[in-house]
Design a protein around this ligand. Structure first.
Ligand SMILES: COC(=O)[C@H](Cc1ccco1)c1ccncc1
Length: 130
């Protein structure tokens, strides 16, 4: 009903705020858009579920997420994929892995600082009722 749509609208606002906070950080530029599979032809062989910050925003607008945890599952793909695809000891790989870990930590930190636990429970009630 109306109250549920009000909660989910607030969830979308919160998730956009989290995603845009990350997208404006220059450290995370490599995570802003999908990895170009023409530039990197073996990427989809290694990474089964590509994800990036622009795709998160599209998913939010398409009302894919009913809880913060569902969003975090997709957002975690961004840094997990980077660790998986860039495992080597060369400086380039080490650099993107360092940024992937910084993205992981920034994501958790923004959510812990800004998410009201009562609001998260209201979202989980809606998910359980559907
Ligand atoms: C999330 O971005 C990536 O995983 C690509 C993989 C990649 C390899 C070659 C071109 O792109 C990346 C981009 C920038 N620096 C390192 C790796």
């Amino acid at each position: 009903e109306e109250q549920e749509e009000d909660v989910l609208r607030d969830l979308r606002l919160f998730l956009r705020y989290v995603t845009e906070s990350l997208a404006q950080d220059r450290r995370f530029k490599a995570f802003a858009k999908p990895v170009d599979t023409e530039e990197v032809p073996d990427y989809t062989l290694v990474v089964k579920a590509p994800m990036d910050l622009s795709t998160l925003l599209t998913n939010i607008d398409e009302q894919k997420y009913v809880t913060v945890d569902e969003f975090v599952c997709d957002a975690d793909l961004i840094w997990k994929n980077a660790l998986e695809y860039n495992p080597d000891s060369d400086p380039m790989d080490r650099h993107i892995r360092h940024r992937a870990c910084a993205l992981r930590d920034a994501l958790r930190s923004i959510i812990r600082a800004e998410l009201n636990e009562g609001f998260q429970r209201a979202c989980e009630e809606i998910r359980a009722s559907r």
